[in-house]
Ligand binder design. Structure first.
Ligand code: 5AD
Length: 350
């Protein structure tokens, strides 16, 4: 096992042989521990209204260039029914932050309707991941009781100072930690993650991020390169990251896989956007989840958290992954094996 010094050196290294060796080593550990199955989450970005003002994000509240939309319940359910027909057994509902009671009630109804979608033979139905930001305990509980069972809330950076440089003062680091703890306490499979290549971020920050993920005992991770958005203020900073966002993301995925062998980890859309090989390399480095975007094309230009966001069709994903020896699994939830281990239960993934 690598110690802290080794990890920092690896993250700082510009040696491509070292990167290749890290990925190759991790790939063999991964094949032993979790095999070569890849699970899908159909991503539905159902609304871009957002109360928050994250300094890096294209749909931040103050970006007046964004045309705001919110899909209606029928539209969301129709997309999910069609995804179900295509073999998807898990969806991820994502939006800007919404914390009014009316919004939560609306989302709770949608979660309940999704739970009703299943064929006669398949009682399991559809697994639901939510990614709708910082809510209070009662609101999370309500969504859990309605049937959502995974939740993604990235910490963005586990370093308080860096976090504060990415968010306005009203968005507090402590609140985000409280939310992650609430989600865990309720029983969700909990996912977090960071952006990589942020202005001012260095290898020490990322090493501490890995320690943070381990201390929180996360079930899922989503890490992707930071991609500046010209309408977001962070894109105008003169501060640079000394780390290359693409290769450093691959290293972080590989390191996370070797430190936390049974978690679920996504080859993020941002990773696919920043390099044409991003999907394949993210999977080789250790990711086992892909989230194809199911948001209808007419909304996609209004859901650009960063510019030039890439959309890859499911068939392309499947054939690219088959070429490197991985199989996309249809008809399975693909829950985090780590979650079941943490709770001392048998993992249904087998
Ligand atoms: N570059 C990369 N990722 C971004 N996100 C938001 N803005 C950007 C950006 N400019 C990521 C954040 C957030 C997730 C939904 O999208 O990490 O948690």
């Amino acid at each position: 096992m690598k110690d802290r010094g080794n990890i920092i050196d690896l993250l700082n290294s510009k040696d491509s042989d070292e990167l290749k060796a890290l990925i190759d080593d991790t790939e063999s550990i991964r094949r032993q521990k979790i095999g070569s199955k890849i699970y899908l989450r159909g991503l539905i970005e159902f609304s871009n209204y957002c109360d928050r003002d994250c300094l890096y994000c294209g749909v931040r509240n103050s970006n007046s260039r964004v045309v705001r939309y919110k899909m209606d319940q029928n539209e969301i359910i129709a997309i999910i029914k069609s995804a179900y027909q295509q073999g998807y057994r898990s969806v991820c509902l994502q939006s800007g932050e919404l914390d009014s009671t009316a919004q939560i009630n609306w989302l709770t109804d949608i979660v309940k309707s999704i739970k009703d979608i299943s064929s006669g033979t398949d009682k399991q139905g559809i697994g639901i991941t939510l990614c709708v930001g910082e809510l209070n305990y009662r609101q999370y509980l309500k969504l859990w009781e309605a049937g959502a069972h995974r939740y993604l809330l990235r910490i963005e950076s586990s370093d308080r100072d860096l976090f504060n440089k990415l968010h306005p003062p009203a968005q507090r680091y402590e609140k985000r930690i409280e939310c992650l703890e609430a989600l865990k306490d309720i029983g969700f499979q909990v996912g977090t993650g960071v952006m990589i290549g942020l202005p001012g971020q260095n290898a020490e920050h990322l090493t501490r991020d890995l320690e943070f993920f381990q201390a929180l005992d996360v079930d899922m991770l989503g890490m992707g390169p930071y991609i500046p958005h010209s309408d977001a203020p962070l894109s105008r900073t003169k501060v640079r990251s000394i780390l290359d966002p693409y290769t450093t993301t691959l290293k972080m995925i590989a390191l996370a896989r070797s430190l936390m062998p049974e978690i679920n980890m996504v080859a993020s859309t941002a990773l696919q956007t920043i390099d044409p090989q991003g999907l394949k390399m993210g999977i080789k480095a250790g990711a086992n989840i892909v989230m194809p975007v199911l948001t209808p094309p007419r909304y996609r230009d209004q859901y650009l958290l960063y510019k030039e966001k890439k959309h890859t069709a499911l068939q392309t994903i499947e054939s690219e992954l088959e070429e490197i020896g991985y199989q996309v699994k249809h008809d399975q939830w693909g829950d985090s094996a780590h979650y079941f281990r943490r709770l001392g239960r048998d993992c249904p993934n087998g």
